[in-house]
Write a protein that binds this ligand. Structure first.
Ligand code: ADP
Ligand code: MG
Length: 339
């Protein structure tokens, strides 16, 4: 059997068997945005890592080293946001070819430090190795959260509303322009810049995550790294529930309507399956929804939308499309080994 037969998630399932030898102090092992363990009876440490590989996650022709460094820390910060936590300390592991330019690595490190300053994260260690096949960046990020505020993936309940911060699809549209830019010279520069920047410079939703945690209203949360379709499926699987979302309610990044027409991609598909938007997808009981929308709008001026509701597991995961037809929401999105 090959890895491509089971895909990324099948592979993680196999790895995750028998991994907790000493459960003392462990709150969460494999299966959430971060691992979590008790550092005191009411304080939880969060740990996450994300690896970026040249020509898989990025190509050096479409981003500057500074942007790449900044984003590689941002995607980890986003996983801390998804638990309602605060990022604290990072370790940076780098693999690079002997021919890579020192100035390039300087700029990459500068990007990481810029993001670290923005979110008050210390870089406290790492590892450096030779990588003949290109650049590899792995950041491990440690954060913390109060025990009574931590938000998991596994606790969504039927009847909860499904909510999302911000607007989706910008990153996937931006990536298309970055990769095939010269084909789309008719797209106005300011519009192209908006979606490219959504892809290159995502802003992790730490402040939104903290409000959601502080208000103790979320029954589950995940950050959208692979697209809502895939990430909602992860919440549903972890919580043993189903879901129904409404295509008409999915907030689409404003510029994506125009860009989608020009690149001949459906804006809704970019929003559902595109990924890398790094917004927060979370669930709340219906009576709490309006209040959190108002609060996040007032404190941060961030839009929050209700896109559907959690259902019983037997109802599986459905989407009501723009014509009112209810169909299965395919969990397609980014999956290593199965593109
Ligand atoms: P995210 O998109 O939030 O970073 P992933 O989909 O990458 O999460 O991973 C899902 C879960 O599987 C996480 O809890 C992660 O820590 C775990 N995981 C992924 N790869 C491995 C691995 N090689 N060994 C152990 N755990 C892993
Ligand atoms: Mg995540």
């Amino acid at each position: 059997m090959k890895i491509s037969d089971i895909g990324e998630f099948g592979l993680i399932d196999r790895i995750s068997r028998d991994t907790i030898i000493n459960p003392k102090n462990i709150l969460l092992g494999i299966g959430d945005d971060c691992a979590a363990y008790y550092v005191s009876p009411d304080k939880i440490a969060l740990i996450t890592c994300d690896m970026l590989v040249e020509n898989v996650h990025f190509t050096l022709s479409t981003c500057s080293p500074r942007q790449l460094g900044k984003k590689s820390l941002a995607v980890n910060i986003s996983d801390i946001a998804a638990m309602g936590g605060i990022p604290r300390h990072a370790l940076l592991s780098l693999g690079a070819s002997s021919d890579a330019s020192v100035e390039f690595i300087d700029q990459l490190a500068e990007g990481i430090k810029e993001e670290a300053r923005l979110f008050e994260v210390n870089v406290i260690g790492g590892d450096t190795v030779r990588s003949p096949l290109g650049l590899v960046i792995n950041i491990t990020l440690i954060g913390e959260v109060e025990l009574d505020l931590v938000v998991k993936r596994s606790t969504a309940k039927p009847g909860d509303l499904i909510m999302v911060t911000g607007e989706l699809g910008g990153s996937a549209a931006g990536l298309t322009l970055l990769l095939e830019g010269e084909k789309y010279f008719s797209i106005p520069l300011n519009i192209a810049e908006k979606v490219k920047s959504a892809h290159l410079s995502p802003v992790p939703r730490i402040k939104e995550g903290r409000i959601i945690a502080r208000e103790k209203i979320a029954t589950s949360m995940i950050d959208i790294s692979d697209g809502i379709a895939s990430d909602l499926t992860r919440i549903c699987e972890a919580s043993a529930v189903g879901a129904k979302i409404y295509a008409s309610e999915v907030p689409i990044f404003p510029e994506v309507k125009e860009v989608g027409r020009l690149i001949k991609k459906d804006p809704l598909a970019l929003a559902l399956y595109g990924g890398e938007d790094y917004e927060l997808l979370f669930t709340v009981s219906p009576e709490k929804a309006d209040n959190i929308i108002k609060l996040i709008k007032k404190e941060l001026d961030t839009k929050v939308s209700i896109i559907g509701e959690i259902r019983d597991k037997q109802e599986s995961i459905k989407i009501e499309d723009l014509k009112g037809r209810v169909v299965d929401l395919q969990p397609k999105g980014y999956n290593h080994f199965r593109r």
